[in-house]
Design a protein around this ligand. Structure first.
Ligand code: HMG
Ligand code: MG
Length: 297
């Protein structure tokens, strides 16, 4: 039986924009977030307190966050890789952060300039200090279904890395198909493997990229396995600058269209969301990747 209600965790302003090479004006980023909140998204990841040289698009994180309503009903999490990032997020008044680990050695090095093992030592004090300060901490694990340098990633390796991140004290683990190579049967197998290791669906979110056109099918597979939190990006924006061949996330509109058809509650106003993605596409000078946006926009 499918869940009656799901939470859509919007990542457009962060995952969507981080890969855009032309710097988006601060005003546009703030309006994008405001419009996503107004469209009913229950949580919107706003930006990243990473090294500005590593992700120049998000170098304005502090200025952007200063423009947002951090004490409103919609949490606006930010990515934080290390204690320096946490200091910046705390100074900005953030209440929700997300750490982001890798399931593979190569991606830990490419994305975090760290070894697979050392990343946990980097995140440990971040989570402890964030929790002491009363912040909510989400954890991502990347390369759950395949890695551009290492190929297939063994399920055990993903479960081990994911559990280590959760055990640091995160409230939720988001399983990332960073390069969008996963398929439906793998999704079910990974969720089952986490379940067997004691991590139930209530602690998991799924984070699909649509590189191979599998994101929506994978979301459906996850739904059938009881997952109730789905990461998605308005218009299908996105990609990771440190992962070759990664394209946009599962488009929020495509997910909403499917959920509407299934009668599953999500609280998002599709019309307002499509209008937002059409507007954002104009700002970026890009046709939205989402099929639903192209059909309705
Ligand atoms: P590093 O160069 O090894 O950093 O980068 P370091 O610790 O050696 O420090 C070097 C200098 O950077 C120091 O300054 C630090 O203060 C400064 P100096 O003393 O030389 O003047 N520094 C910082 N400045 C501002 N903010 C910071 C920060 N940290 C250090 N946070 C680091 C290591 C982790 C910082 C770097 O590798 C980094 O920023 N990586 C982030 C990459 C990234 O954002 N990738 C995209 C997000 S992940 C993703 O998209 C996947 C996901 O969507 C899920 C999925 O799809 O699978 C989440
Ligand atoms: Mg991603």
């Amino acid at each position: 039986e499918l869940p009656k209600q799901v939470t859509i965790y919007e990542v457009g302003p962060r995952d969507g924009l981080q890969n855009e090479s032309v710097i988006v004006p601060l005003e546009v980023k703030a309006e994008f977030i405001d419009r996503l909140v107004a469209a009913g998204l229950p949580i919107v990841e706003a930006t990243s307190f990473v090294h500005p040289k590593w992700v120049p698009q998000l170098a304005d994180a502090a200025e952007l966050v200063a423009r947002l309503q951090l004490d409103g009903p919609v949490p606006l999490p930010v990515l934080v890789p290390n204690e320096r990032g946490l200091d910046r997020a705390l100074e900005a008044g953030c209440t929700h952060i997300a750490i982001f680990g890798s399931a593979t050695e190569t991606f830990a090095q490419k994305n975090l300039n760290s070894t697979l093992d050392d990343q946990f030592a980097m995140f440990g004090p971040v989570v402890v200090r964030a929790r002491e300060a009363g912040l909510d901490v989400r954890a991502y694990v990347s390369m759950c279904f395949g890695d551009p340098w290492e190929g297939d990633v063994p399920i055990d390796q993903v479960v081990t890395a994911g559990k280590r991140l959760l055990d640091l004290g995160a409230s939720q683990l988001s399983l990332g198909d960073t390069i969008g190579v996963g398929t439906a049967a793998q999704v079910g197998a990974l969720i089952d493997a986490f379940g067997e290791s004691g991590v139930g669906v209530q602690s998991l979110a799924m984070h699909f990229h649509d590189t191979y056109g599998q994101a929506l099918a994978n979301a459906y597979a996850a739904l059938c396995h009881g997952i109730t939190t789905f990461d998605a990006s308005a218009g299908g924006l996105g990609g990771c600058p440190y992962a070759e061949s990664a394209t946009g996330n599962l488009a929020t509109e495509d997910l909403v269209w499917m959920l509407n058809g299934l009668g599953i509650e999500h609280g998002v106003d599709l019309e307002a969301l499509v209008a937002t993605s059409v507007w954002m596409g104009q700002q970026l000078g890009k046709e939205p990747a989402s099929a639903v946006v192209r059909a309705l926009g």
